[in-house]
Design a protein around this ligand. Structure first.
Ligand code: SAH
Ligand code: SF4
Length: 460
């Protein structure tokens, strides 16, 4: 397993240092060529590239423009509709052309380092990029949906105090190909391509629930229908392959990393997921979770248009500054105003506020009442997901008692706001982000504190 804890030497790896005086947005790696991770064999991985880019590459490789465009269209279909990983299977492309493609290009998938299957059906994969960085993906099946929790970065520049990924250094952004590649790998593993031999019928499949998934590996993914589910019937961009009989119906950007600090790649990947000629999953079935990167939120609504989840976790400045340190940069008021302005949010598409329950930290009756007040003050179409804290070695917090969580939920619920408590999933396989990868890499308190200080400095 690649050791992502090793401090990266920028000179040796081409990684750029995280700037301290501005947002800790990682800069593109010098090694990346047009957002594609270079491969040892010199071929280019087509996964993650939009059609025009594939056409341009075919043209650069020697096809004339018209041929290049036609081939790109055919190849795109094979990649995203049929899930093939071998040019030899592309039967509508001339036989003589297939080896020509295979010499120059590959249809990649992240490498599977480890796959785990929980007794409750939750699956977790430890994946590896072509250049040897490990990251995670989790699938959580439920009665009426199956949610894939996708990573956007290897590690995270932020350092939420209760989050295990926050204790890792950011190694790099995942490319669009590595992000959409997770979805494709999940379809491979679940045998869910249209030409798959056993298309599985799933109880409740095709029920049309467009409630975003509620899974978070970090939050010990818990997925269950909310009591007050709202159905959207005007699912105008629902693709033909989105749900019928499939296990994988929803995607949440809640794996490792802060998706809005890797905006372009996340957007490009999700466009392929939503493209009717691509994976054709409705934007209503996709939820992006942010810790509160306020300047990118409107752009997320405009350019991606997916459901928004916000990791609120606290209602006072002091507590949020401590547990979600990006709050020092973008405070609660600013964040909630950005939520109120989020393009596309409505009562039918509410914003999810994630709230991790930390004993004696953010779980009092007063906190619950303040949460209600804030949601009402900003007139937010909101629901609250109460997440029991999932402890990890060295974590400085404990989970609230079940009674406290219940009471907190009741207060919010009685104010007319949905506040389900997430049921932990995949306990037996540690389906919490960062845990599979680093189970053997325990850090001392002093190391954790040092890292925390470093990341605080980066936030300015
Ligand atoms: N960076 C983004 C998305 C990934 S984190 C964000 O912070 O929103 C996905 C969710 O898992 C967040 O709400 C995060 O706060 C939560 N989470 C992280 N670690 C957790 C833990 N140990 N227990 C419970 N929830 C956790
Ligand atoms: Fe990063 Fe999200 Fe974890 Fe915070 S909760 S450290 S933003 S992954």
């Amino acid at each position: 397993m690649a050791d992502i804890e090793t401090p990266a030497d920028p000179a040796a790896t081409g990684l750029m240092p995280i700037p301290g005086h501005i947002d800790p947005v990682p800069l593109p790696r010098a090694g990346l060529v047009h957002g594609v991770t270079p491969r040892a064999d010199g071929r280019t991985d087509l996964i993650g590239l939009p059609r025009p880019r594939i056409a341009a590459l075919f043209e650069e490789a020697g096809l004339d423009r018209k041929q290049a465009r036609l081939r790109a269209k055919q190849v795109f279909h094979w990649l995203y509709h049929r899930g093939v990983t071998d040019f030899a299977e592309m039967t509508d492309i001339a036989k003589s052309m297939r080896p020509w493609l295979a010499e120059r290009f590959v249809i990649g998938r992240p490498e599977i380092v480890e796959a785990q299957h929980s007794t409750d059906g939750t699956r977790k994969w430890l994946l590896r990029t072509a250049d040897g960085h490990d990251f995670e993906m989790v699938f959580i099946p439920d009665a009426d949906r199956g949610t894939l929790c996708v990573s956007s970065q290897v590690g995270c520049t932020l350092n939420c105090r209760f989050c295990h990924t926050g204790t890792m250094r950011l190694v790099r952004n995942l490319t669009a190909g590595e992000i959409v590649g997770q979805v494709m790998l999940a379809r491979d593993s679940l045998n869910e391509w249209p030409n798959a031999t056993s298309s599985r019928a799933r109880p409740g499949s095709g029920s049309g629930s467009d409630e975003p998934g509620h899974a978070s590996p970090q939050a010990l993914v818990m997925a269950q229908p909310l009591p007050d589910q709202v159905r959207d019937d005007d699912d105008e961009d629902e693709g033909s392959y989105s749900s019928d009989g499939r296990l994988l119906t929803n995607i949440v950007m809640m794996g490792m990393g802060e998706p809005l600090y890797n905006f372009d790649n996340v957007r490009d990947a999700l466009k392929l997921v939503m493209d009717g000629d691509g994976l054709a999953l409705s934007k209503r079935r996709i939820t992006l979770s942010t810790s509160g990167v306020v300047p990118k939120m409107a752009q997320c609504g405009e350019e991606i248009g997916v459901n928004l989840a916000v990791s609120l976790h606290a209602v006072t400045k002091d507590v949020r500054d401590e547990i979600v340190p990006i709050n020092r940069k973008y405070g609660i008021e600013e964040l909630l105003q950005a939520c109120a302005d989020y393009p596309g949010a409505s009562n039918a598409r509410r914003i999810t506020f994630e709230y991790v329950m930390l004993k004696d930290k953010n779980d009092s009756d007063e906190d619950a009442r303040e949460l209600v007040r804030l949601i009402k003050h900003y007139k937010l179409p909101a629901k609250v997901n109460l997440i029991p804290f999932n402890p990890w070695p060295g974590a400085p917090y404990e989970c609230s008692t079940p009674e406290r969580v219940r009471r907190f939920s009741d207060i919010v619920f009685e104010a007319g706001i949905s506040a389900p408590v997430r049921t932990p999933r995949g306990r037996d396989i540690d389906a919490a982000c960062g845990q599979l990868k680093t189970a053997a890499e325990k850090k001392s308190r002093a190391e954790l504190d040092r890292l925390y200080e470093e990341k605080q400095a980066a936030l300015g």
